[in-house]
Design a protein around this ligand. Structure first.
Ligand code: SF4
Ligand code: SF4
Length: 208
């Protein structure tokens, strides 16, 4: 059967109309940033204060792309008669993202919550050496790490938060006590000239 004249045009227009009514899937990046899932593996951030230089992450990394240098320092005894302690001090922490395969093992094995995923992904470089991020840069990524998801309403409070709250309360109580003691001491010296510098001799005030 010969084709009906104009049927090809009608078919083409039907396809155009169908496509026009569909939701667009074109990503307008970089004008519009993509909405990434919270667990996106973009880059690794280092929370240096939590790192004890245990080397677990560097040992477990399948690509050997974590570089850590440290030295030992002796900490004096906390009380007379106590023992000195030695602690590791971090000198270098770097990750080579040219080698990293984003497996997340380093983050999983860190026993002290010092490594985190950030969804940040715009760190392409023209020089491959620039993909080795040193500790300062790894710390900068920490600011882009999203907050952890909220706990279930019935879940127990994590013991770290309970301990941190207890310490904060203790410090607050201690500060309040010290402030009250200082105020009391100030009030018990009524004859003193207010504003005299500590240790200033009284006769020095009348010398001018
Ligand atoms: S994500 Fe995997 S490959 Fe990358 S640094 Fe961590 S352990 Fe190594
Ligand atoms: S596993 Fe964690 S605490 Fe240990 S060296 Fe790596 S980042 Fe630091």
């Amino acid at each position: 059967m010969p084709p009906i004249p104009g049927s090809g045009l009608a078919k083409g227009l039907a396809v155009t109309l169908r496509t026009m009514t569909k939701r667009t899937v074109t990503a307008q990046y970089p004008d519009v940033q993509p909405e990434l899932p919270p667990r996106t593996r973009g880059v690794i951030g280092l929370f240096e204060e939590n790192c004890t230089v245990c080397m677990l992450c560097a040992r477990e990394c399948p690509d050997w792309c974590i570089y850590i240098d440290s030295h030992k320092e002796t900490v004096p005894a906390a009380a007379p008669g106590g023992r000195e302690r030695s602690r590791n001090v971090l000198d270098r922490f770097a990750i080579d993202f040219a080698l990293c395969m984003y497996c997340g093992i380093c983050i999983e094995v860190c026993p002290f919550d010092a490594l985190f995923w950030s969804p940040e992904f715009e760190y392409a470089e023209t020089d491959i050496h620039e993909l080795t991020h040193e500790r300062d840069k790894l710390r900068e990524w920490m600011w882009t790490v999203p907050e952890p998801p909220a706990l279930d309403p019935g879940a127990e409070e994590p013991k770290e938060i309970a301990a941190a709250r207890k310490t904060a309360d203790k410090l607050q109580a201690q500060e309040a006590k010290e402030a009250a003691e200082a105020q009391e001491a100030e009030q018990s010296r009524p004859g003193e000239t207010p504003g005299r510098a500590p240790g200033q001799a009284p006769e020095a005030e009348g010398q001018e």
